[in-house]
Design a protein around this ligand. Structure first.
Ligand SMILES: [Zn+2]
Length: 227
């Protein structure tokens, strides 16, 4: 009869050479060191921990509508924000709807906007606002918490989150180009992106016309879809 700790490890989903080696050594020699027993218990416990389920971050209907409206004008509309750190925008945060080649087709992909294969993958959000944390959110509890906080505030008030980002960074929350006038900075995006995303922008005054401020361009080529 094996030690129950070994049986637990064998029955668990623990995979990999290390777990296999511990089991082999036990069955070969009939004993393990204290340190090895520590690992037997730890590997079994880690494997038994449930995969994180979806996290509710509020309804994302508004965000989906925003991106879908822009998709009438742009090939790859994105929302670019930040999250985490004292500023709340320490890390890049990019949202876009997954294309047909993605296994998340139709859901919002959450990444750092880096090129495919070299980006951070923070997870996916369904229109119901179910956020499934991706590998780079699951790897760090602080990152996950900051992401959930930012996504929740985005679902509650996309405009406010965009404005805050524009004010803090001076960059458009859709195309990331510099915002070059106060009206753009106040809302967090430039007039061209406002038009593309169907949002209000600025108030026309006698000496300025819409379109003379920030020149937005969201026509960049998309890196490949996150799988
Ligand atoms: Zn823009």
């Amino acid at each position: 009869m094996n030690d129950p700790r070994i049986e637990t490890l064998k029955a668990s989903n623990a995979r990999g050479d290390f777990a296999a080696s511990l089991i082999f050594q036990y069955e070969d020699r009939g004993r393990l060191s204290d340190k090895q027993w520590h690992w037997v218990v730890k590997l079994a416990a880690d494997a038994a921990a449930p995969a994180p389920g979806p996290v509710a971050v509020g309804t994302f209907t508004g965000v989906f509508q925003l991106i879908e409206r822009a998709a009438e004008h742009l090939r790859f509309p994105k929302i670019r924000l930040g999250f985490g750190g004292p500023s709340g925008i320490a890390n890049d945060l990019v949202l876009k709807i997954a294309g047909p080649r993605s296994r998340y087709h139709g859901d919002i992909l959450v990444t750092d906007g880096g090129p495919f294969g070299d980006n951070k993958f923070y997870g996916v959000i369904t229109e119901d606002g179910e956020y499934a944390p991706g590998r780079d959110a699951r790897a760090d509890a602080d990152v996950a918490a900051a992401l959930v906080a930012k996504l929740t505030s985005l679902s509650e008030d996309p405009q406010a989150v965009a404005s805050e980002y524009g004010r803090l960074t001076g960059n458009c929350c859709f195309c990331s180009r510099p915002l070059e006038d106060d009206r753009s900075t106040q809302v967090g995006y430039g007039p061209v992106c406002a038009k593309n995303f169907g949002l209000n922008w600025g108030v026309k005054s006698r000496n300025s016309e819409v379109g003379l401020g920030t020149i937005c361009d969201n026509s960049d080529v998309d890196p490949e879809e996150q799988s």
